[in-house]
Design a binder for this molecule. Structure first.
Ligand code: NAD
Length: 250
């Protein structure tokens, strides 16, 4: 389905991004991985997926520009890299706020602005932004993340309108809780912020949000991303797809 397509998936050395990269590669796309990790593990992933790799730090706009130059034209851009920090607003470290905004929101602006001219020239493109249920609803102690993800949803709608007549779609996928390192790593801070045990955080904070009482699977998010890359999804743009076990239905 994607044999002649080149796909850059940011933050694809782990979690949701890796699942999306696997799904696109399985359909024949030439995938470019990005993200951090051990050299040997990344080399193995490149082998497995027939992918290439660019390890740019997406908090740095100059590094993003260098990556986009090195990577060359892409048909599919998945802005997926993200991070979280959990703390009450009065204790929220300003440097964490800046980092979360830079990675979860501003990086998508830079990759998009640099990818769009090539997509326009070829009259085809797919931009998929991994937002979050937190692009649609808030939770306490996640001020930077919720602000960034709401911003990403607004950015996506705006570029969808700008690109609508160019054969380029732009959509958000908004997962609920998916069991990845990003979720696992926020458990200790959430325990501290809420005075809870680990089990209480999993059951009373994370899964409490999801009527299904199940974590969403990375492969399910990837299947939705793959659908959005297909021709049948050519009429879908500016949408924000929740895949959150019913969280934002409440
Ligand atoms: P993850 O921690 O498993 O993966 C994050 C990826 O981003 C990794 O590949 C990491 O190396 C990369 N990364 C981190 N900092 C980077 C930087 N400065 N430059 C380049 N790459 C960097 O997390 P995940 O859960 O798979 O999250 C992926 C996306 O999904 C994020 O945008 C996250 O906000 C979003 N999301 C996750 C969940 C969830 O429950 N896991 C829910 C909703 C949305």
């Amino acid at each position: 389905m994607l044999k002649d397509k080149r796909a850059l998936v940011t933050g694809s050395t782990s979690g949701i991004g890796l699942a999306i990269a696997r799904a696109l590669a399985a359909e024949g796309a030439a995938v470019i991985l990005n993200g951090f990790g051990e050299e040997a593990q990344i080399a193995q992933l490149c082998d497995e997926l027939g992918a290439s790799y660019n390890g740019a730090n997406l908090m740095d706009p100059a590094a993003i520009a260098a990556m986009m130059e090195a990577v060359g034209p892409v048909d599919i851009l998945v802005n997926n890299a993200g991070m979280q920090h959990v703390a009450p607003v009065e204790d929220f470290p300003p440097e964490k706020w800046d980092a979360i905004l830079a990675l979860n929101l501003t990086a998508a602006f830079h990759t998009t602005r640099l990818a769009v001219p090539g997509m326009k020239a070829r009259g085809w493109g797919r931009i998929i932004n991994t937002a979050s249920a937190h692009s649609l609803a808030a939770s306490p102690f996640k001020s930077a993340y919720v602000a960034a993800k709401h911003g990403l949803a607004g950015f996506t709608k705006t570029i969808a309108l700008e690109l609508a007549t160019h054969g380029i779609t732009a959509n958000c996928i908004s997962p609920g809780y998916v069991w990845t390192p990003l979720v696992e790593n926020q458990i200790p801070d959430t325990m501290a912020a809420r005075g809870m045990t680990r089990e209480q955080v999993v059951n009373d904070v994370l899964l409490a949000k999801q009527p299904t009482k199940r974590f969403v699977q990375p492969e399910d998010v990837a299947a939705l991303a793959l659908f959005l890359c297909g021709e049948a999804a050519g009429g879908i743009t500016g949408a924000n797809y929740a895949i959150d076990g019913g969280w934002t239905a409440e």
